[in-house]
Design a protein around this ligand. Structure first.
Ligand code: FES
Ligand code: FES
Length: 180
């Protein structure tokens, strides 16, 4: 099949309607990273095995390397950038703060994907058990072994969000199915 037949799409990305023109085989991951410069979403395996590319599509955690951009037309995509930064002057989502405070990362490559998976869980389960957190993290590989810190961070963020910490503006909804 020729990849010359580009499609014009409008996708709600982090709350902003975004018009793009893409080849039929363009993945959501490459659209985000290469066309839109949203490089917080990481390219790991590129085949649905590592979770580094996790974003939310209409509120569900998905592997963006397995999604075609064309499948996202008219839908809402939320990326790690929606959680704010850690620097001065901006608002930082309680989950990002918790990840840092609980020392839940080493190299950090898996962290955006981990955060987006945890966020989907916390939307569905504001007070998750450790088992539920671990089950969620099964879809996100961490070579550095940061899982104990991630569980603590998820617990801490859940507590802070229940106590009234401000969620991200584009915080998506509940369910989670990464294989789309
Ligand atoms: S890059 Fe590994 S699951 Fe998408
Ligand atoms: S912190 Fe290095 S891969 Fe997870």
């Amino acid at each position: 099949m020729s990849s010359d037949r580009r499609a014009n799409l409008t996708i709600l990305i982090n709350g902003s309607p975004t018009s793009v023109s893409v080849a039929p085989d363009r993945t959501l991951l490459l659209l985000l990273r290469e066309d839109l410069g949203l490089v917080g979403t990481k390219y790991g395996c590129g085949r649905g095995e590592c979770g580094a590319c996790t974003v939310h599509l209409d509120g569900k955690a998905v592997y963006s390397c397995l999604m075609l951009a064309a499948e996202c037309n008219g839908r809402a995509v939320t990326t790690i950038e929606s959680l704010g930064g850690l620097g001065e002057g901006g608002s930082t989502h309680p989950l990002l703060s918790a990840i840092v405070e609980e020392d839940a990362l080493q190299c950090g490559y898996c962290t955006p994907g981990q955060a987006m998976s945890i966020l989907a869980l916390l939307e569905a389960r504001p007070n998750p058990t450790d088992e539920e957190i671990l089950e969620t993290l099964e879809g996100n590989l961490c070579r550095c072994g940061a899982y104990p810190g991630l569980v603590r961070a998820a617990r801490r963020a859940a507590m802070e969000l229940r106590a009234g910490g401000a969620p991200a503006a584009a915080m998506p909804g509940p369910s989670r199915s990464k294989k789309g």
